[in-house]
Write a protein that binds this ligand. Structure first.
Ligand code: TYD
Length: 206
């Protein structure tokens, strides 16, 4: 069992590519720091030197879908050991730009990998540790595709077609319905101000 400090929270941000997650991540970390919290911002795949090396491979090299899932979880194992768990144990708030819900959405929903295999990896790598709160930034794929089309250098995932992102989005929404206590769906088609008001509300009750 992974024991964490009572003062810390583990928050993850999720959503399809082009949902606006990065903008909200910056605002959120500033907001929490203004409230005097010790905040560590990290990301997946990545977050450690080995994890960042795996990220380069994952984002740019073609591979079997199971290899992709195994490398995502390998990077996550390292991330938990070197960054996430030590920070949570010392009372730091950890905000991770993506975590295991992304594996269920992209490798499971997007690529079609069997959910039981993902659940096995999840238990192996993180035991009983789950985020305290997951913000799922949700937009229709037409909106995200339009945002991505303005980007000139797209990685291996971002180059996928709209039907891939539709499956990823559906898998995320299925996770949200499965874990309503943990996952909050944030309608990302609204203005920044509206979303920030919503986030302030979510965090005041955390
Ligand atoms: P992303 O957060 O989109 O990076 P950036 O904002 O810099 O483009 O993450 C990189 C990609 O990794 C994203 O397309 C989703 C994918 N991914 C998975 O497929 N499975 C996972 O378990 C994780 C963590 C990410």
């Amino acid at each position: 069992m992974i024991i964490k400090n009572n003062n810390s929270k583990f928050i993850t941000l999720e959503g399809i590519d082009g949902a606006g997650k990065s903008t909200h991540l910056n605002w959120l970390s500033d907001h929490l720091r203004r409230q005097g919290k010790n905040v560590l911002v990290t990301r997946e795949p990545g977050g450690t030197p080995l994890g960042e090396a795996l990220r380069e491979i994952l984002l740019h090299q073609a591979m079997h879908l199971e290899t992709e899932a195994l490398l995502m979880f390998a990077a996550r194992r390292e991330h938990l050991d070197k960054v996430i768990v030590p920070a949570l144990q010392e009372g730091t708030w950890v905000i991770s730009d993506r975590f295991t819900d992304a594996s269920f959405a992209y490798q499971g929903g997007g690529r079609g990998l069997n959910e039981t295999k993902l659940e096995t990896l999840e238990v192996w790598v993180q035991q009983d540790l789950q985020p305290d709160l997951t913000l799922l930034f949700d937009v229709p794929t037409e909106v995200s595709q339009q945002r991505l089309s303005k980007n000139t250098s797209l990685d291996r995932f971002e180059q996928e077609k709209q039907d891939f992102f539709q499956r990823v989005r559906d898998a995320y929404l299925k996770r949200a319905a499965q874990f309503p206590e943990r996952i909050r769906v944030i309608d990302s088609g609204r203005t920044l101000a509206e979303i920030q008001t919503d986030l302030e509300h979510v965090f005041s009750s955390l």
